[in-house]
Design a protein around this ligand. Structure first.
Ligand SMILES: Cc1ncc(COP(=O)(O)O)c(C=O)c1O
Length: 391
C-alpha cells in the first residue's frame, strides 16, 4: 500500500465511535470540525489492524505475560529512528504517558515540594503536580513577539532550582510551542539539573513528529541526561492508536528506576493489554513506511496551514512549527478571551483547544491540531476566521 497524499487526504467518518474528538457534544455539534484533541483523523498503519484482527479471532483474552519482543520492538524503533541505544532492563511499559508523568512526580518528590515546568505546556503537567499535593513552579518560555518563536529561559530555570524545585519536567518536542529543542539547549538544561542535583522527566511523546531539517535529540542521548532523566514515549501517539493505550518509560539510572517501579507497583499499574502491546509491536516493527508517509503529509500541511491562517485568520500569528502536529496561534489581536473564542467557535462549528489549557500564559491563544485531511483543515480554518469576524 502507498502512504501518499491520497491515503492521508481520505475522509474517514469517526462520528459515533465514542471518539472524544468527534463525539464530545459538550464541545461540538455533530457537524462541527474538530481541530482540538491530539489524535489524527487518519487510518492507522495496516499491520496494526492486521495484528489486532488476527488476535481477535482467538476467543480467549486472559492474562498476558511480558514478551521480550515488545521491548525489542521499541528498542529497534528508537535505534533506527533516533540513534538511541536502550537496554531491555531500562524499559517499563505503561498504559499512557500521563500515568508516567504522575508516577514520576510521586516517586521523585515529596508532598509540598515544588516542581519546575516550562510553560505554557500541555495541561496534565500541571495536573500531575497539583493532584499529588506538589507545587507548580512555572518557568515561562521566552516568546519573541516578532516571530512567535519560544526559547528556554535558563536564568529563570536556575532561579527555580535555587529556590528549591526538586524536579524538572520538560515536554520535548514542546506542546504547544512546536519547538524542537536543540542538543545544546537540552545539554544546558541537564547541566543545570546536575548542578542542583535534581532528577528530570522528559515527555518525548512527540519525538516522531519532526520536520526537516530538524532532527530529534532524546534527553537520554545526552550524557548528563542519561543519568538523571526519565524519558516517556508512546507508540499510541506516533501511530495514532491512543484509544488502545500503550506507552513506555525509559530510565537508565537504576536508583531512579527502582523508585519509579516501587511507585507503579504500589499504585497497581500493570501493563498487559493484549491488543495494545500487539499493536505497538506491529507499529514499531512494520510501521516505518506509514510513518514516513505521514510526516511528509504533515510537513506539506504545515506549510499550507500558514497560508490559510494568513488568508482566513489574518490577525492571528502562528508560531513556527518545528515539530508536533499542533500549531500555536496568538489570537490576542482579536481582543477576546479563550472562553469568548470558544463560544464563537462553537457557533461557527469548529473546535480548537483554548490556550488556557496550557496555563495562564495561554490566554488569548488557541492551538490547532492539523493532523487531518487537508480539505477538513482548510474548512476548519475558514470557519475559525468567520467566527472571529462575527460581531
Ligand atoms: C505532551 C503530551 N504528553 C502526553 C500526552 C497524553 O499521552 P497519553 O495519552 O499517552 O497519556 C499528550 C497528548 O496529547 C501530549 O501532547
Amino acid at each position: 500500500m502507498r502512504f501518499d497524499e491520497a491515503f492521508f487526504d481520505r475522509i474517514i467518518d469517526r462520528r459515533n465511535t465514542d471518539c472524544e474528538k468527534w463525539d464530545d457534544r459538550g464541545v461540538m455539534d455533530p457537524d462541527g470540525i474538530p481541530l482540538w484533541v491530539a489524535d489524527m483523523d487518519f487510518a492507522c498503519a495496516p499491520p496494526i489492524v492486521e495484528a489486532i484482527r488476527k488476535r481477535a479471532e482467538h476467543p480467549c483474552f486472559g492474562y498476558t505475560i511480558d514478551n521480550p519482543a515488545d521491548d525489542e520492538a521499541l528498542i529497534g524503533f528508537w535505534r533506527r529512528r533516533h540513534g538511541l541505544e536502550i537496554q531491555p532492563g531500562e524499559i517499563t511499559m505503561l498504559p499512557c504517558v500521563v500515568t508516567g508523568l504522575k508516577a514520576c512526580v510521586r516517586a521523585l518528590t515529596q508532598p509540598g515540594d515544588s516542581v519546575a515546568i516550562v510553560t505554557p505546556v500541555y495541561g496534565p503537567f500541571y495536573g500531575s503536580i497539583k493532584s499529588n499535593g506538589r507545587i507548580v513552579r512555572a518557568v515561562s518560555l521566552k516568546r519573541d513577539e516578532e516571530t512567535g518563536r519560544y526559547d528556554l529561559d535558563f536564568g529563570a530555570m536556575q532561579k527555580a532550582l535555587q529556590e528549591g524545585a526538586k524536579l524538572v519536567m520538560l515536554c520535548s518536542p514542546h506542546n504547544p510551542a512546536s519547538r524542537l529543542w536543540k542538543k545544546e539547549e537540552l545539554t544546558r538544561l541537564c547541566e543545570l539539573a546536575e548542578e542542583y542535583g535534581v532528577p528530570m522527566v522528559c515527555d518525548e511523546i512527540h519525538a516522531d513528529f519532526v520536520y526537516a531539517p530538524g532532527k530529534f535529540v532524546s534527553i537520554l542521548s545526552i550524557p548528563e541526561g542519561r543519568n538523571r532523566a526519565v524519558m516517556l514515549c508512546s507508540a499510541s501517539k506516533t501511530f495514532n492508536v491512543a484509544g488502545l493505550q500503550q506507552a513506555a518509560m525509559v530510565c537508565m539510572n537504576p536508583d531512579l528506576l527502582e523508585k519509579l517501579r516501587k511507585e507503579l507497583n504500589a499504585a497497581g499499574v500493570m501493563c498487559g493489554n493484549t491488543f495494545a502491546l500487539l499493536a505497538a509491536r506491529a507499529a514499531y516493527t512494520q510501521g516505518d513506511d506509514w510513518l514516513d508517509g505521514l510526516i511528509a503529509y504533515l510537513d506539506g500541511t504545515r506549510k499550507l496551514l500558514a497560508d490559510w491562517v494568513a488568508a482566513y485568520v489574518p490577525k492571528a500569528k502562528m508560531s513556527p512549527i518545528e515539530a508536533t502536529y499542533l500549531a500555536w496561534l496568538d489570537m490576542r489581536a482579536y481582543g477576546l478571551t479563550c472562553e469568548e473564542m470558544a463560544r464563537k467557535c462553537r457557533k461557527a462549528k469548529v473546535a480548537l483547544t483554548g490556550g488556557t489549557f496550557f496555563g495562564e500564559e495561554g490566554e488569548g491563544f488557541m492551538r490547532v491540531n492539523f493532523a487531518c485531511p487537508r480539505s477538513q483543515l482548510k474548512e476548519g480554518i475558514k470557519r475559525l476566521g468567520a467566527a472571529l469576524e462575527e460581531q
